[in-house]
Write a new protein. Structure first.
Length: 198
């Protein structure tokens, strides 16, 4: 499967007859909010159900975790100002989240893994068979730590991440631009978290 693990929303697709098909999630939507929420009862909500809790229970609802994945706590001081949940340093000095209802410090990889797991389950439901491998896109500016942390999130979700691809590269490949020669292509990425041009 191919996964766009986005800052705001995520998407899963699969190749069917040589064409990519976007898979609907359990709620029937083509995009899944990249949001995870922990309830008092110990339930973990992902996607739209979690997004609905963001206003009611901000301390236990993590969104935009992609801004923190694979980064040291000292690097994210600016981002912390814009989120209502508690960002802390884990035992390695990495950015993590203090989620009261989880009863522990939750790493960004674990949040990403919950989103990936939901997308994996949607793909398995669509395909009628287990899914074990994925290709995941990341921003071109992601450093090696952020790329590895994204792979780790995939592993936690039960996926072998075969490849990490830069988002602009994935867009170019989707349109067969790798097959054309002597052309200059400008790729605009209107993301939920950032706007990038490559």
């Amino acid at each position: 499967i191919g996964i766009d693990l986005g800052t705001t929303n995520s998407v899963v697709s699969v190749m069917v007859g040589g064409e990519p098909v976007v898979i609907q999630n359990q709620e029937g939507a083509r995009t899944t909010p990249s949001v995870v929420s922990w309830t008092k009862e110990g339930e973990i909500l992902v996607g739209e159900p979690a997004k609905r809790r963001a206003v009611l229970d901000p301390q236990n609802t993590i969104y935009e975790s992609k801004r923190f994945i694979g980064r040291k706590f000292d690097e994210v001081k600016e981002e912390i100002k814009y989120v209502p949940y508690k960002v802390v340093a884990d035992d390695k000095g990495d950015a993590a989240f203090d989620v009261p209802n989880a009863g522990k410090i939750v790493r960004p990889e674990e949040v990403g893994a919950q989103v990936l797991k939901k997308l994996k389950e949607a793909a398995e439901s669509y395909l009628g068979e287990p899914v074990t491998e994925a290709v995941i896109t990341v921003p071109a500016y992601f450093n090696e730590r952020q790329r590895q942390a994204t792979k780790d999130a995939g592993k936690i979700a039960g996926l072998e991440v075969k490849r990490i691809i830069n988002e602009p590269t994935a867009a170019a490949l989707a349109y067969g631009l790798d097959k054309k020669s002597d052309v200059k292509i400008l790729v605009y990425d209107f993301g939920g978290g950032t706007f990038k041009i490559t």
